[in-house]
Write a protein that binds this ligand. Structure first.
Ligand SMILES: Cc1cc2nc3c(=O)[nH]c(=O)nc-3n(C[C@H](O)[C@H](O)[C@H](O)COP(=O)(O)OP(=O)(O)OC[C@H]3O[C@@H](n4cnc5c(N)ncnc54)[C@H](O)[C@@H]3O)c2cc1C
Length: 387
């Protein structure tokens, strides 16, 4: 049992920290306020090879795995990116890189993977107005017409769709049947600028710089060559990608929590009240110590899930557990950071208010606390299914 990061993983974390130091917290605050995609840092991540992290070397990538995505995601979040920074890694290496590497045919890999290495942005269009956690309820359809599919429907919350090159989209190719709700869904790679696509940004609480969108598909035609994996089996294909999304979505709140804790510790040392640093009071110290312990414990489960995934083993329980525990640990750390900052915790310039807003998302998306608990109750503890 070895808990240490490899030399290569440590080197990647240092490289990420160096990139982050060119930007700093003010950069992220300004991007959040302007609701602007952080293209500058995305370009730097691309240049450093991070967008190709999970993509096999044959297609120009680094051929690495989830352990490395977690390691660099944690560094990106802790050194400034908070929640939005590491979530950018889903918009290429995960939604594009892993989906295509796992389910694409050779033509599709040769066509799209090098583009992702070169910084193409890939969004995931799963959630709809009437279907989020209940994916089988999606109403977007893809009807076969000759050698094309015609997509109609509406997605919501598609993060990055307004700046993306492709949207990996789930659509129904066959009607839902009694007893097989998840059969009949297919996965498509849809160019974001295809005729018939309209994208509208949604005003929101969290991750304002990344933008999440309503995406309307109105007779959008894609070639059958854009179907990923087998027709009607898209839900099962996406399940594998969802575990990787859960793992990265554990690192995201964790790294935001680590950043909030760093800021709170610095503030506790500097801020004086009653003629002494506030950090001298155990009432201030103890919540910070609790956060440190919670964050470190959650990190172990994240790396365990990542390591299992990379070795090809089942990581569903660990990916869900890591997501749940890290979202709690990160949220607690951000909440405590606000408390330590007192009134200044509410001022934009101290950054913890942004982390507090952003990290709340991790308890709802990409899977909610409730659904994680249902998964563990049913699939791990073998209790009767509740829904
Ligand atoms: C900022 C943001 C970014 C997002 N980015 C993306 C993206 O890029 N791509 C994408 O496809 N989606 C994205 N989403 C959507 C996100 O994944 C969903 O909002 C999330 O999965 C929850 O689904 P829902 O909103 O439909 O909630 P619902 O399914 O309507 O659930 C609402 C509440 O009911 C609870 N609930 C529902 N069923 C049960 C049950 N059986 N037992 C117990 N509790 C239950 C849930 O836990 C939740 O608390 C994003 C969302 C947000 C807010």
């Amino acid at each position: 049992m070895d808990f240490a990061l490899s030399q290569e993983q440590q080197m990647m974390q240092r490289l990420m920290r160096d990139i982050c130091s060119d930007y700093g917290l003010e950069y992220w605050r300004e991007k959040d306020e302007a609701k602007e995609f952080p293209h500058e840092i995305w370009d730097d991540l691309t240049e450093a090879g991070f967008t190709g992290l999970t993509i096999p070397e044959k297609y120009g990538g680094e051929g690495l795995g989830m352990e490395e995505i977690v390691a660099v995601g944690l560094a990106l979040g802790r050194h400034g990116g908070g929640v939005s920074g590491p979530n950018m890694l889903t918009l290429g290496p995960v939604f594009g890189g892993i989906s295509l590497t796992e389910h694409g045919n050779e033509d599709q890999k040769e066509r799209w993977l090098p583009e992702i290495v070169d910084g193409a942005i890939v969004s995931l269009g799963l959630t709809e107005p009437d279907a989020g956690l209940d994916t089988a309820g999606i109403k977007t359809t893809a009807e076969k017409d000759g050698d094309e599919y015609v997509l109609n429907g509406t997605k919501i919350w598609t993060t990055g769709a307004h700046v993306s090159d492709y949207i990996v989209t789930l659509a129904r190719t066959s009607p839902m049947e009694e007893g097989s709700r998840h059969q009949g869904i297919s996965l498509f790679v849809v160019p974001s600028d295809a005729d018939g696509i309209t994208t509208n940004k949604i005003d929101k609480l969290s991750m304002r710089c990344l933008g999440s969108c309503e995406v309307v598909f109105d007779d959008v035609r894609v070639s059958e060559a854009n179907l990923l994996g087998d027709e009607d089996s898209g839900f099962y294909h996406v399940l594998g990608t969802l575990n990787t999304e859960r793992i990265i979505w554990s690192a995201i709140p964790l790294s935001a929590g680590e950043l909030a804790l760093d800021l709170a510790v610095d503030y506790a040392k500097e801020r004086e009240a009653f003629e002494r640093p506030i950090g001298k009071n155990q009432g201030v110290q103890f919540p910070l110590a609790e956060s440190k312990m919670e964050l470190e414990t959650a990190k172990l489960m994240i790396y365990k899930a990542a390591s299992l995934y990379d070795s090809g083993e089942d990581c569903s329980m660990e990916a869900n557990a890591a997501k749940f525990i890290a979202a709690r640990a990160g949220s607690n750390a951000c909440d405590r950071a606000i408390q330590v900052h007192g009134g200044m915790g509410f001022a934009d310039e101290y950054h913890v208010e942004r982390l507090y807003r952003d990290v709340r998302l991790a308890r709802v998306a990409p899977v909610s606390d409730e659904l994680v608990k249902s998964f563990v109750s049913t699939n791990v503890l073998d209790l009767p299914r509740s829904y």
